[in-house]
Design a protein around this ligand. Structure first.
Ligand code: ZN
Length: 446
């Protein structure tokens, strides 16, 4: 890693060196937060009366800060990531429509998981990300994929509502058209599976990927090829989603958010590709069916300049192919490519000193060892089963919920073990809650 860093910043300025450096950097980007995880207790959240800003919550001492994905906080506590679209320029939810749906859903989640509201922690961008300190805000935004994949439950708040500024009618369809919302779905599903991903409604939670009637497996691709499968494929299509920066023509000449997302997405995709025969079977299958890596992670894109000129810029370049070739070579599935990959992807990072992490001698397996539960249950029909790795100690998720995790071995005390078992039990109860009472998956959600 250090050699790659030296090559990247020092002697080697050739394309293939930069591609190799980016490949390593992409893995580091999703290994831990770039800024602390900040959450509010659900019991405090439902007492706010409306979505409150980070600065307001901080003044009222309602925020809890966690510095690393490896912190015991995530083993002890039940966490919910709230994903949503903003309904106004100055306030994300000026009419309180999303807030009402989130509160009802938190109560529903608490009941289903058998967990009091005070023991549930809520992450929501407006309250968890600084709104006025822009440099820290940027680091928090860059952490979104890591944040979304670190929590226990993914809750999308997308009730029917009107955007106060654009007067656009917003709902689950517009939510799912947003690139950042798609990135959050991609991040959570790629590491956690879809068992505990929900839409928030005024009546409680509705599963984002309902289990087929009578079926025990949550698989978006098994939803009969209907709206569920289409929704899943489009939700993974981050790069063709809508972005506010593009709508405003990148008025200050700033990088497009698509460029900001290149390395975090490549970090997640690396994990998906490496475990595509096992844990990541469904998400990789959807990517292949939806057009493959070349479509989901395009080589270049059209950037609109402040003067409204459209210029073609490199986006992912050769990075996806370089990552796949390296993993295939590592797994012994293919020989190392003869010709080097020479076109690096976009890297908007201009403050490398702020974001650079210590490199790790543990390589790939130094990624966060999150408790994993996945949709996949069978690898029998996979042609890469033998090569798939699972976790570093050989454990694999089985069934829809993996009740034992490598993290257990790290528990240092009976107290922590008790809290972790209690938390996992709550998530297991939630994942096991029948969801087939809902009619169909798709965009018919409120
Ligand atoms: Zn843009």
């Amino acid at each position: 890693m250090q050699l790659l860093f030296v090559l990247h910043h020092g002697r080697c300025r050739k394309g293939h060196c930069k591609v190799a450096a980016q490949r390593a950097e992409a893995t580091r980007r999703v290994r831990d937060f770039q800024a602390p995880f900040v959450a509010c207790r659900a019991s405090d959240f439902v007492g706010l009366g409306a979505l409150a800003s980070h600065e307001d919550l901080r003044r009222r001492h309602r925020l809890h800060f966690v510095d690393s994905v490896r912190d015991d906080f995530f083993r002890r506590n039940f966490t919910v990531f709230v994903s949503h679209q903003w309904l106004g320029r100055d306030h994300p939810d000026p009419d309180g429509v999303q807030y009402a749906a989130i509160c009802a859903s938190l109560a529903d989640l608490a009941a289903k998981a058998g967990r009091p509201l005070r023991d549930i922690f809520v992450w929501l961008d407006y309250g968890s990300i600084p709104q006025t300190c822009k440099p820290v805000q940027r680091l928090s935004v860059l952490s979104l994929p890591s944040l979304a994949s670190a929590v226990d439950v993914f809750l999308a708040a997308a009730p029917k509502a009107l955007n106060r500024d654009t007067l656009e009618a917003c709902d689950a369809a517009t939510y799912a058209s947003r690139a950042w919302c798609r990135a959050e779905i991609f991040a959570h599903f790629s590491r956690r599976g879809g068992d505990v991903m929900y839409f928030a409604t005024a009546d409680g939670v509705r599963p984002m990927f309902p289990k087929p009637r009578g079926g025990a497996v949550c698989s978006p691709c098994d939803s009969g090829g209907g709206a569920g499968a289409d929704f899943f494929k489009s939700a993974l299509d981050v790069m063709h989603g809508k972005l506010t920066c593009c709508r405003h023509g990148h008025a200050s000449g700033q990088p497009c958010d698509r460029e900001e997302l290149v390395l975090p997405l490549m970090g997640l995709f690396s994990e998906v590709y490496r475990t595509r025969g096992d844990d990541a079977k469904h998400i990789y299958g959807a990517i292949v069916e939806g057009g493959g890596a070349d479509y989901y992670f395009p080589h270049s894109f059209d950037y609109v300049t402040p003067s409204k000129t459209v210029v073609r810029r490199v986006l992912f370049g050769d990075l996806p192919r370089a990552i796949m070739a390296k993993i295939d070579a590592d797994l012994g599935l293919a020989p190392a490519p003869r010709a080097p990959f020479v076109t690096p992807g976009a890297d908007t990072r201009r403050d490398a000193g702020l974001l650079e992490e210590k490199s790790s001698s543990r390589g790939f397996f130094a990624r966060p060892r999150l408790p994993l539960w996945r949709a996949s249950v069978s690898t029998a029909d996979s042609d890469v089963r033998d090569a798939s790795l699972g976790d570093s100690d050989g454990r694999r998720a089985s069934g829809s919920f993996d009740a034992t995790t490598p993290a257990d071995e790290l528990l240092a005390s009976d107290s922590l073990r008790h809290d972790a078992d209690d938390k996992k039990g709550a998530v297991a109860r939630l994942a096991a809650t029948p969801t087939t009472e809902f009619r169909e998956v798709g965009l018919e959600v409120p």
